[in-house]
Design a protein around this ligand. Structure first.
Ligand SMILES: Nc1ncnc2c1ncn2[C@@H]1O[C@H](COP(=O)(O)OP(=O)(O)OP(=O)(O)O)[C@@H](O)[C@H]1O
Ligand SMILES: [Mg+2]
Length: 273
């Protein structure tokens, strides 16, 4: 991810003073008729869904189906050609500074998403400076502790960390502003299976402990079924259906396409038997 350009865009549009905090557990999402077009190519069309405060909502679908596009539109990184996105329980306007404090994203690739020449300390301090938050020391210490990294990691560079440790830093960076909503784009797919499970368990524990609202994209139906209460299936930029994880585990999907995805997911079969 282009952390630098996102950061500088934010810096350019912000004034002085602290962006107000909205407590976790009170903010959900409402998406209506979202359409994203890249150079004439419709990457997402007529996408609508609701996420309740404190809920974990999954998005699944084959590669290129528009999952990342929806997340990117939610945090202002993809152009919205039509439709509306709202934070339920918050007054923040899409793309505003307040919105960016309340909706943070964790990207798939822990190698690309952390600036290679910045220490963990600097990576975590940057969002605090952008949003005018004081107590950087205490916040950085707390964020590292939250993701299970000892204080000694603070002055390391990304290349001195394992993949799992990098992704923990990426989660800490997303959490440092204490946003109520976290968007997770394949947060563990670049990691080995055992590390993947550790990071997923950490994410789940953080959500429960802090009352966070998650929207999580994954190829892996087993992961989404385990961590999310409901999920949306996408294909070619459109919503195929929404199902509860319970229905999916009991193989009660309505659409043929969802059943095909279930059959294709070896992990899902392993979990379902
Ligand atoms: N910046 C862009 N410019 C042009 N086309 C894009 C851009 N970003 C995505 N697309 C196209 O939009 C479609 C949806 O992409 P998206 O990244 O949302 O898919 P995805 O479901 O996240 O796939 P994957 O599982 O591989 O990550 C793809 O066909 C992709 O090529
Ligand atoms: Mg993607």
């Amino acid at each position: 991810m282009n952390a630098g350009s996102v950061g500088s865009a934010v810096t350019a549009s912000t004034g002085a003073g602290e962006t107000p905090e909205v407590p976790a557990g009170r903010v959900g999402l409402a998406v209506r008729g979202l359409r994203v077009v890249y150079d004439g190519f419709v990457a997402a069309d007529d996408v609508s869904f609701d996420v309740q405060p404190g809920e974990s909502f999954g998005i699944v679908g084959e590669s290129g189906s528009g999952k990342s596009t929806v997340l990117r539109a939610l945090c202002g990184l993809a152009p919205r050609a039509a439709g509306e996105v709202h934070l339920v329980g918050s007054e923040a306007a899409p793309g505003s500074r307040a919105w960016r404090r309340q909706v943070q994203m964790v990207f798939q690739d822990p190698y690309g998403s952390l600036h290679p020449r910045q220490t963990v300390d600097r990576i975590l301090a940057e969002p605090l400076a952008i949003h005018g938050l004081r107590d950087a020391e205490a916040r950085i210490e707390r964020a590292l502790a939250d993701v299970g990294l000892a204080d000694g990691f603070r002055f390391r560079y990304p290349h001195q960390l394992s993949g799992g440790q990098r992704q923990r830093v990426a989660v800490a960076r997303a959490l440092i502003l204490e946003p109520p909503v976290l968007l997770l784009d394949e947060p563990t797919s670049a990691l080995d299976a055992s590390v993947q499970a550790e990071v997923l368990n950490l994410l789940d524990a953080l959500r429960v402990r802090r009352g966070l609202t998650y929207v999580m994209v994954s190829h892996d139906l087993a992961v989404v079924t385990h961590l999310c209460s409901r999920l949306m299936v996408m294909r070619a930029g459109r919503v195929v259906e929404q199902v509860t994880s319970g229905d999916l585990a009991a193989r009660r999907a309505q659409a043929d396409y969802t059943r095909e995805l279930m059959e294709a997911s070896l992990g899902f079969r392993r979990v379902a038997v």
